[in-house]
Design a protein around this ligand. Structure first.
Ligand SMILES: [Fe+2]
Length: 103
């Protein structure tokens, strides 16, 4: 029984993580990669259903989800959101430093 609950908690956390990953990717895609927005929305939709299913199964068994899932999702979200922005700022700064030398 404990193994089943552990697997449900794991799948629940995986669904939660997937929702956050796709949501963060969608935010960036809506700004810079509009051609993949539809595909990402298509992939996000079933993940929401999976999450709901595992959430309901945990509730039915009075089992608490992993307490670290929100922390894990925040890490994914932060890295997915800030890496592309950081990269663009870094590139533009490099360009700005390079520009006066060439003039
Ligand atoms: Fe899933």
């Amino acid at each position: 029984m404990k193994e089943i609950e552990y697997i449900l908690k794991l799948d629940h956390a995986g669904g939660y993580g997937a929702i956050n990953i796709y949501s963060a990717q969608l935010l960036i895609a809506r700004l810079f990669y509009k051609d993949i927005v539809f595909k990402l929305e298509e992939m996000l939709s079933p993940e929401r259903e999976h999450y709901k299913t595992f959430n309901n199964l945990l509730l039915a068994r009075s089992t608490r989800p992993f307490s670290t899932i929100k922390f894990w999702a925040e890490q994914c979200e932060t890295s997915l959101l800030y890496k592309p922005i950081f990269f663009m700022v870094k590139r533009s700064t490099e360009f700005a430093i390079w520009l006066p030398k060439k003039l």
